[in-house]
Write a protein that binds this ligand. Structure first.
Ligand code: MG
Length: 203
C-alpha cells in the first residue's frame, strides 16, 4: 500500500453544512415570500458562473433577485445566505488531530463561490488546519469536472495513489477514483477516522 501523504477534503456536507444548497434556498424563498420556479430558474442559469468565480456575489444577487424592485435589501439576502453555514465540530476534531501529527499535506477541494468560501474559511477557522484551498471559485472549474482534480494534484505535486479525497457525494468521487486517488464517501466523523486508518493514515 502506497503511503498516504496528502488529504483533500470537501467542505459542505463534511466539515460544515452545505454553503448554498436547495434546502437553504427553499428556506429563503419561504422567508422572503418569493416564487420558487422564478428564483430557481435564474439560480440554475448562473450557479456555475457563481461557483467558478466568474461572477461576484453582487452580480449573483442582481441576476437572481434584484432584476426588479424588491421590498427587501441586498444586505438581508446576503446575511441570510451567510447564516446558513454551520460547522460540523466532530469532523473538525478529526482534521484537528490530523493537523497535529504534521505528517500530511491537508487541503480543501470544494465547490463554492468566493464570498461564501472566504466567509466559511474564516468562520470555521479552517486556516488552522489546511495549507491550501482548492476552491472552485479560485480554480475556475468545479467538481465533478476532471480538471479540478488534476489541477489540485499538479499544484500539490502529488501522485494520485498517495492522496485521499473525502466528499459526501458519490458523484464527486467517481473521477478521482478513476484517476487513482483513494476516496472516502463521508458519512460520519467516526466512520471517516476508521476509513482513514484503514488506508494507513496515522493519528
Ligand atoms: Mg459536499
Amino acid at each position: 500500500m502506497t503511503r498516504i501523504t496528502a488529504i483533500f477534503s470537501d467542505v459542505g456536507g463534511v466539515l460544515a453544512s452545505n454553503g448554498w444548497d436547495r434546502h437553504s434556498r427553499l428556506k429563503l424563498v419561504e422567508q422572503f415570500r418569493l416564487d420558487w420556479d422564478e428564483f430557481e430558474d435564474r439560480h440554475e442559469l448562473v450557479m456555475t458562473a457563481f461557483e467558478t468565480g466568474h461572477i461576484t456575489l453582487d452580480q449573483y444577487l442582481d441576476r437572481t433577485f434584484f432584476y426588479r424592485p424588491r421590498d427587501f435589501s441586498r444586505e438581508q439576502i446576503r446575511a441570510f445566505m451567510f447564516d446558513q453555514s454551520q460547522p460540523n465540530p466532530d469532523s473538525l476534531r478529526v482534521i484537528e488531530r490530523l493537523t497535529a501529527t504534521r505528517r500530511y499535506f491537508l487541503s480543501t477541494l470544494n465547490n463554492e463561490s468566493r464570498e461564501l468560501n472566504l466567509h466559511r474559511i474564516e468562520r470555521f477557522g479552517l486556516k488552522r488546519y489546511f495549507t491550501v484551498f482548492f476552491s472552485s471559485c479560485f480554480l475556475g472549474v468545479n467538481k465533478p469536472d476532471e480538471e479540478i482534480y488534476t489541477k489540485a494534484l499538479a499544484i500539490s505535486q502529488r501522485a494520485p495513489e498517495e492522496c485521499v479525497f473525502i466528499d459526501d457525494r458519490a458523484l464527486n468521487l467517481d473521477v478521482p477514483k478513476r484517476l487513482g486517488m483513494n476516496t472516502i464517501q463521508f458519512q460520519s466523523a467516526a466512520r471517516l477516522e476508521s476509513e482513514l486508518r484503514a488506508l494507513g493514515v496515522e493519528f
